[in-house]
Design a protein around this ligand. Sequence first.
Ligand SMILES: NC(=O)c1ccc[n+]([C@@H]2O[C@H](COP(=O)([O-])OP(=O)(O)OC[C@H]3O[C@@H](n4cnc5c(N)ncnc54)[C@H](O)[C@@H]3O)[C@@H](O)[C@H]2O)c1
Length: 257
Amino acid sequence: MEREDGWMRLNNKVVLITGAAGGQGRKEALLSAAEGGIVIATDVNVQALETLEAELLQVSDKGHMTMIHDISKEIDWQRIMSEIKERFGRIDVLINNAGIIGKVESYHNTTIEEFRRVMETNVWGTYLGMRTVVLAMKEQQSGSIINVSSIASMVGLGLSPYGASKGAVRSMTKSAAGDFAKYNVRVNAVLPGFIETEMIKDQLEQEQVHNWYMDKTPLRRIGSTDDVAPAVVFLASDESQFITGSEIVIDGGVTAI
Ligand SMILES: NC(=O)c1ccc[n+]([C@@H]2O[C@H](COP(=O)([O-])OP(=O)(O)OC[C@H]3O[C@@H](n4cnc5c(N)ncnc54)[C@H](O)[C@@H]3O)[C@@H](O)[C@H]2O)c1
């Protein structure tokens, strides 16, 4: 939103968003651009990235970029960061959004390979992102990192590897906030509840599961990507400059009762 004096939440901040071709990431990318940011949107989904690139250009013409990027690969992080440094010379915001839910199974029915796959994406990917990007932020002595956890880190929900991975994301957020504060780099997390995206589409299509989600949610609706993106952009902006190591739960009250 632009004020009369031209102020916008992310005025010319360089914002890297992973998993940006998916439901929440796409909305965060478009809102960041609308708030004056320069967006680097990355994902493994090439086709959806192409669509997003065109959408970003419609919001503003600030030199937004889309890049193919597997967050679980260190080499990809190094490539992305060197391109960002070359093109923009800085990075102000990292939104560690990409993630997978994996198979919804109880621990004794989860294979070691499946557990590892979820961990490698959600935990390893978030760790590699913070570890790579903080070096540039340290040089600048400024930056904001937002990690996307989940309410599955607070309550069981029958999501065994996923919940464990998102618990690790919360924990890493706290320790990184303490570590990086001396570089003026903030680290916060958002914990969405049930948000209507591709990730839980199959579950929402099952009437019984849909009703279970509704019953669990005091605000009596499934969350939308519009419920999450503004909180992420707030944490990215200087409006939250005294907030670090915090968590914003966006779940319509699921974990409040
Ligand atoms: N939808 C929900 O109910 C919900 C709830 C809580 C938290 N979350 C979290 O929100 C984040 C965004 O998920 P979403 O709901 O938009 O789901 P989504 O499936 O629509 O988007 C996830 C995106 O991540 C990308 N991705 C997957 N693996 C990747 C990898 N290795 N490298 C790069 N990109 C990769 C996918 O291609 C996809 O575009 C995830 O971290 C997810 O765990 C989702």
